[in-house]
Ligand binder design. Structure first.
Ligand SMILES: NC(=O)c1ccc[n+]([C@@H]2O[C@H](COP(=O)([O-])OP(=O)(O)OC[C@H]3O[C@@H](n4cnc5c(N)ncnc54)[C@H](O)[C@@H]3O)[C@@H](O)[C@H]2O)c1
Ligand SMILES: [Fe+2]
Length: 376
């Protein structure tokens, strides 16, 4: 038996932000709260959305989302949500505000603390449908969180955990590639590599879902073709459109589960002192994980080569490392400020991460340690 489900209503086109007010009406809500971050405000994107979307200028705004969002920030946003009498949440930003909005929806309608809902602690069944709806407006093209069933939140003790349920999936995604035009080249590349990694890891997941496999391969081919043009020229509307679509496609395949790259980038993203960017971590870890997964994955690697338009004898791990280098991303964890003293603990966390179960090759703490050392 296979469970194949797609739940989010998606408005996808340049200028789609003008549909936001109508979408809120369709949902039957009238008092949204905006969840965003200060970078979005500084980039003028909040003002753009307020001007183009037709929602009121007096809409309450929580702009305190940190990169790698935290439970503490979610609680602050819940307080504003309740004090303002809101009935829905509009997330404007990258994966961080979208994930925070999902946590706000959960904690505004379910008792705290957040930890009890973590998927690795068996919390999925505690999450009910009785939650205010989330409308996701992505401004990066990478995480796929706009259609994903997960929120990744960092708890007070530094653990970055997945909160996963079909009820966490946004009700509506408004994918307007125009909102990514001002995304700087580095973030375009790094978030784009997150989308690349999603498509590769979900395709390699052994779970049966050929519908998602087809989406993942199509998304991978699209991202591989357009990530460099989008990074080179942020105003290239076609490249922005295609990267936003590739990111969405990656998100539509999360139902297959991810793999060892994400098992490691989740706990590394929880290291508070370093504030490491998720997509950048994935780009750095991807080559070593592809080498680790190569035994037993050759048939799928051949299909990945076709999607990437590579020759039959190309080494996918080397090609991904070369792509990251052309994009100007770091090649090693050391370049990002990571030192090996955290590796033992990160490996332990990675074993428990929800993405580990769907890695194509069984992977334990010593394997994670080796992948980290190979990536240093
Ligand atoms: N829920 C999921 O399924 C899922 C999947 C992948 C990643 N994630 C999570 O998403 C987070 C990462 O999200 P992200 O990579 O989108 O980055 P982000 O949301 O953390 O944003 C990074 C920076 O980019 C800025 N920014 C965003 N859009 C911009 C724009 N258009 N112009 C200028 N600046 C802009 C933000 O202000 C911020 O400073 C991580 O916490 C990661 O764990 C979640
Ligand atoms: Fe990711």
């Amino acid at each position: 038996m296979a469970l194949i489900q797609y739940l989010t209503r998606i408005q996808f086109q340049a200028g789609a932000i003008s549909l936001l007010a109508d979408e809120l009406k369709l949902l039957g809500v009238s008092r949204p709260m905006i969840v965003t971050d200060r970078g979005i405000v500084a980039a003028g994107l909040l003002a753009t959305v307020l001007a183009r979307s037709g929602i009121g200028q007096d809409t309450p705004v929580f702009d305190g989302t940190p990169e790698n969002p935290t439970e503490a920030a979610a609680q602050d946003a819940v307080a504003l949500f309740k004090a303002s009498g809101c009935d829905s949440i509009v997330a404007i930003g990258g994966g961080s505000p979208i994930d925070l909005a999902k946590a706000v929806s959960l904690l505004a309608s379910h008792p705290g603390p957040l930890e009890q809902y973590a998927v690795i602690l068996g919390g999925m069944d505690l999450i009910t449908a009785n939650k205010p709806p989330v409308i996701a407006v992505p401004t990066t093209a990478g995480t796929g969180s706009e259609v994903g069933r997960a929120a990744l939140l960092t708890l007070e003790d530094g653990r970055k955990l997945g909160f996963i349920s079909p009820h966490m999936i946004p009700s509506v995604a408004i994918c307007d590639p125009d909102l990514t035009i001002g995304l700087p080249p580095y973030l375009t590349a790094a978030t784009g590599m997150d989308a690349v990694t999603h498509c590769i890891e979900t395709f390699l997941s052994p779970r049966f879902n050929p519908v998602a496999d087809a989406i993942a391969l199509d998304g991978l081919a699209r991202a591989a073709k357009w990530i460099e043009p989008a990074t080179r020229d942020g105003a290239d509307a076609t490249a922005r459109h295609e990267m936003m679509l590739a990111a969405l496609q990656g998100g539509l395949t999360f139902q297959k589960g991810l793999g060892a790259v994400h098992s490691l980038s989740h706990p590394l993203g929880g290291l508070k002192a370093l504030r490491l960017h998720h997509g950048t971590l994935n780009a750095v870890l991807l080559p070593a994980v592809l080498r680790y997964n190569a035994p037993g994955s050759q048939e799928k690697y051949a299909r990945i080569r076709v999607a990437l338009n590579l020759s039959e004898d190309a080494d996918i791990a080397d090609e991904m490392a070369a792509l990251a280098q052309r994009l100007g991303l770091p090649a090693r964890l050391g370049e990002m400020g990571v030192t090996p003293d955290c590796f033992e603990q990160i490996s332990q966390y990675a074993v428990k991460d929800h993405s580990t179960a769907s890695n194509p090759r069984p992977v334990g703490a010593p394997d994670f340690l080796k992948i980290l050392e190979d990536s240093l």
